[in-house]
Design a protein. Structure first.
Length: 157
């Protein structure tokens, strides 16, 4: 077998965060930081993507001094390194409400991420807020969802 030769230089490396860039303990190691620094020194752009909300990548962004677009929610949102939204792909309100209803009707816990990447947990028709950013139309969505959940019969524990 002939070795692979690349005629075009590598210009971008895109890495997942959890389990790739950080350890299972969510630690960004010195070795990982050094590898990213080597890429930058070689003129190769480095970017990250994750299933996490963008706010959950702030430390990685800061520690690596990233200047590239960051993809969160598995590509559902693209933000600047300052977490300013560039592109978002939101579910329609009725689809989000139905998904939450289905999830909680089976006794599962649902997580709802709001406009500014805050999140709240919905379990057994009750909401607890983990972090809520600036409020906007998504607060209205939360009220709609909670009203919908409150109309259902409560699940037994």
């Amino acid at each position: 077998m002939k070795p692979y030769t690349n005629k075009d230089p590598i210009r971008l490396v895109l890495a997942d965060v959890d389990g790739t860039l950080v350890t299972q303990e969510k630690v960004l190691t010195a070795k990982a930081k050094a590898a990213v620094a080597k890429l930058k020194n070689a003129g190769i752009t480095f970017a990250i993507t994750s299933g996490r909300p963008p706010g959950g990548m702030q430390t990685v962004i800061k520690d690596l001094t990233l200047t590239t677009v960051v993809a969160g929610f598995n590509g559902g949102v693209y933000v600047t390194p300052r977490l300013d939204p560039i592109v978002t792909r939101d579910l329609p309100k009725d689809a989000a409400a139905r998904a939450l209803e289905l999830i909680t009707s089976h006794g599962l816990v649902a997580w709802l991420y709001t406009a500014r990447f805050g999140m709240c947990r919905i379990r057994k028709g009750r909401m607890s807020i983990a972090k809520l950013g600036p409020l906007g139309s998504n607060l209205k969505l939360l009220r709609i969802i909670l009203r919908t959940l409150d109309r259902r019969p409560r699940l037994s524990a």
